[in-house]
Every structure is written in C-alpha cells, then in structure tokens.
Design a protein around this ligand. Structure first.
Ligand SMILES: *Cc1c(COP(=O)(O)O)cnc(C)c1O
Length: 497
C-alpha cells in the first residue's frame, strides 16, 4: 500500500487518527508540568539515535515512536505553570479544524484549488475588517505577525513611492523612514532591512516612560525626519507591546499621521483579541483610522500556529504588489485568487480554524477568554506589588507581568543576575516556564498569562517557586520560610504568656 490518503485508505486513515488522537490525549491528560526537564544533551542523544536512513517502521510504529520521542519532551502551553511567551492553549474546535486541513490539504492561493475555502477566508477577512471598523477593507491570512508586519510595510513603501513620483526607487529607498517606539516588535526593523531601507530606517520615537508612544515626541520626530531630508513612510503603533503589554495611543497617533499624510500601521499581534472583548474594546480606539493592521489569531484568539492576517483599510493599496502568472492567476482571470495579494504562493487554509472556533464559541465568548487572562494579570500585579520579596516593574494593560526578585538582603547587581539564573533553573527543572527581558536597561522576569484555565493560585505557585529558587541561588532564607519561623515564634510566645 502506498500509505497515501485515498478512497481506498479512508478507513485506515480513520483508524490511524483514532489511535494517534488517543496517544495525544493520554499524554495531555498526564501532563503535570510544562516540560519534562530533560537536558539538551539527553534530547540530542534521543534525536541522534534515530537512523533516518533505515528501512521504514510502518506507519503505526512510526507514530508510536513519535509518542515516545516527541510528546514526552514537548512544551505544553496548557499547563498552568507555563507562563513564558505569547503561546496559548489551543481552542478544541480549531484543533479539530486542523485535522480537517491536514487531510484535505487545500491551498488557498487560487480559487480553483480551494473554492469554498477561499470564500470562507474572505468572509473572515471581512469580519475582522468590520471588527476593526473598516467599512470596505481587505486583507490576507499570513503565517504570523512577522509576515503581516512585513507585508503591511511593503504596502506602505509602495504607497509612499507612488505618492512621490519624483523619487526614483534608487534615490527614494534610502530616504524612507519608519517611526515606532523602542518597544515595537523587532520584526519591524527586520522588515525595514528586507524592504531595502537600510538599518537606520527605523526612527525610535520616545515613549511616556511606561512604554507607550508619546504623541508630542512623534510630532518632533516627524519634523526631524523632514528637516534631515528623509520621508516618513509609516508610523507603527503597537497595540499590545510584547513585553510591557501596553497600547500606543492610536487615536492621537492617527491625528498626526493624517496631518503628515503618513501610512499608519497598527501592530495588534498581541492585542487583537480586544476586537471581540465587550469590556475592553475601547482600548483600541482609533484603530479604525489605520491603513493596515496586524492581527495574530494564534495569540489572543487561542488558535494553533499558524493563524494571522494583515488587514487593510483601502483594498486598492494591494494593487502595486499584485503579481500575475500565466499558469496560476492570469490577469484576465475573474476568479478570486488570493495569491494576487499574498507574499506566499501555496498557502494553508488556516482560516478554517478561526471559522470553526467562532462558530463553536461565538465571538463574545472568545473575547471573555482574553478578558479573563487580563483580569488575572491585574490580580497578579497586585499580588507582586504587595510581596516584599518581589518588585513590580510597571503594569500591563494586557496580560504580561514584569517583576524582579528583590528581597531586602540582595543588592541591585545580585538582583540583576538573579533574573537569568531563576529563569534557567525553572526551565531546566521543567516545573515552570517564565520569560526574561530588559526594561529600561534592567533585567526583569516576565510572565505572559494566556491560559484562561489557569487561576490566581496557579500563578501564586509559580511566584513561590521563583522566590524559593531565588533564595536558594542567593544562599538566603526564602521570605515565606522566615514568615513561618516568625509565626511559630509568635505562637510559642503567646503559648508561654
Ligand atoms: C508576536 C508579535 C509579533 C510577531 O508575530 P509572529 O506571529 O510571532 O510572527 C509581532 N508584533 C508583536 C507586537 C508581537 O507580540
């Protein structure tokens, strides 16, 4: 048998998927920490021991091997002690849709390869555009926020060159500038490089001290770009910075962009979940004035990787980048071929996952899930601020928590070095995953809370682990042990009195 999916292997396919699903389900149910804690050397040995040139094991045996090799050492985002990066536990309807995708294997580059799939993706693009507030928007699903940002800035570049016909490409590109804060995502700088703009193209606009763009500083930066002979190509406002989880004042930024006639891109890779939040939609006020928006459904819409889109206000902005190929999407073709506006050719029908999730849960429930992790982050901010062994570093508007291990006995230098040491010790134990970053030049621990099924007690356990690990690394008594000793002494003193 060929082991390819066909009408003759359909029953075999069903049996195989049942056993595979059982294997995964058993592992998911057994997970008690985010990672096994196996060392990299150990994992390297497991990987190297597999002979990729050997005769085939047969499908069942190969899947069982994956069950022994990969699943036990995977990182599980549904575990309540996973709080490192912007990864989410995945929505079940989306996981089911992923199985559909894998089997049908449509490609949404042309209509003739995907038919109704293309129409479903276009409905979701329209749906997202309307949620943003674009009356007549357009867009395309992408592989992630990095690609969405790249494509948005490509459209901004072409838009700017078209509006300045006196500029040739050769003279124009080195003069183009992108304005964003230091907290904007690094994919913006990467896009500038890919777009041929050079490394100095991204101008850092000052923030308000809390990581949000200062509109007055944007005014000054726009003036300075003009004075220096540059041309502002785009302003990137971040709706949910990756570390601080704060939202640039999009409405005030849009005022400046309109006045200066500059493309406004809103990177809402993180904050896009607010589009379906009943309680916090207003945090995105002004987003409807953007030229382009990045949304990462694989972050705050609880979708499996990959699922992202770039959504634009004026569909005509795609025109300068449309490419026609005789064999695929000829100019005279009347069918809606999404490859016209995509950077990719063959492309996954990721939209089916979001479609199934929306139909299963409804938009409002999805918004409540994102709201609940933001509520949790609020509670954790208070908890950290009240803890004398921890120091809260700013408050996020979304679901990150930045802090340092800072007990009385530890000087600043020791607190600095405690950050990577604690993160690494937790990661290597496999018991909890937290992230680290730099805020204003100082190392900080970071929790990214994106698991609606994790509660305050789960986060308290992570914090306790951090304090105990920090104390052990610093060779001091953990604060909670001291508290216990004190209360025992007090109890003994009261008993004696
Ligand atoms: C995650 C993130 C990105 C990059 O998105 P990917 O999907 O990882 O490529 C871009 N911008 C912001 C603000 C992000 O948080």
């Amino acid at each position: 048998m060929s082991e390819l999916l066909s009408s003759t292997t359909a029953d075999r396919y069903a049996t195989l998927l049942e056993s595979t699903t059982r294997l995964i389900a058993d592992q998911v149910a057994a997970v008690s920490q985010p990672f096994s804690g196996a060392s990299r050397a150990e994992l390297q040995r497991l990987v190297d021991d597999v002979d990729l040139d050997a005769a085939g094991l047969g499908t069942e045996a190969a899947v069982q091997e994956v069950g022994r090799l990969f699943l036990p050492h995977a990182v599980w985002f549904h575990d309540p002690s996973y709080a490192a990066h912007l990864n989410c536990p995945v929505a079940l309807p989306a996981v089911a849709a992923e199985a559909v995708l894998a089997a049908v294997n449509p490609s949404v580059d042309t209509y003739d390869q995907s038919t109704i799939g293309t129409l479903m993706e276009r409905r979701l693009v329209d749906w997202t555009a309307r949620r943003i507030g674009f009356a007549d928007g357009d867009g395309i699903f992408t592989s992630g926020g990095t690609q969405s940002n790249l494509q948005a800035l490509l459209l901004a570049r072409e838009h700017t060159l078209l509006r300045n016909p006196a500029l040739s490409r050769a003279d124009g590109l080195p003069r183009l500038r992108i304005l964003a804060t230091a907290s904007s995502h690094f994919s913006v700088a990467k896009a500038a490089l890919l777009l041929g703009l050079g490394e100095d193209a991204v101008i850092k606009v000052a923030d308000d001290g809390a990581g949000r763009m200062d509109p007055a500083a944007l005014d000054a930066a726009l003036t300075e770009v003009r004075r220096a002979g540059g041309l502002a190509m785009a302003v990137v406002a971040t709706a949910g910075t990756t570390d601080r989880g704060v939202i640039d004042p999009v409405d005030a930024i849009a005022d400046r962009c309109e006045r200066a006639e500059v493309w406004l891109h809103v990177d809402a890779a993180y904050g896009c979940g607010l589009l379906v939040s009943r309680r916090r939609r207003s945090l995105l006020v002004g987003i409807e004035r953007a030229h382009s928006v990045t949304v990462d459904y694989h972050k705050s819409f609880f979708q499996p990787v990959s699922s992202s889109a770039v959504i634009i206000r004026d569909p005509a902005a795609f025109a300068p980048t449309v490419w026609h190929a005789d064999y695929l999407n000829p100019r005279q073709d009347a069918e809606p071929n999404q490859v016209d506006k995509s950077l990719q050719t063959t492309r996954r029908f990721d939209a089916l996952k979001l479609w199934t999730t929306l139909r299963a849960l409804g938009a409002e429930r999805l918004g409540e899930l994102f709201d609940s992790v933001i509520d949790l982050a609020r509670a954790v901010h208070d908890e950290v601020a009240a803890d004398r062994d921890l120091e809260l570093v700013g408050r996020s508007q979304l679901s990150t928590v930045l802090f340092r291990y800072a007990p009385a006995g530890l000087d600043e230098a020791a607190r600095d070095s405690a950050v990577p040491a604690i993160r690494r010790a937790l990661f290597e134990s496999g018991r909890a995953h937290v992230a680290k970053t730099m805020i204003n030049g100082r190392p900080c621990l970071k929790l990214t809370l994106l698991n609606p099924d994790a509660g305050l007690d789960d986060v308290r356990r992570i914090l306790l682990l951090i304090k105990r690990t920090g104390a052990a690394l610093a060779g001091i008594e953990p604060g909670d042990v001291l508290d216990q000793q004190r209360s025992r002494l007090r109890a003994a003193a009261e008993a004696a009195a």
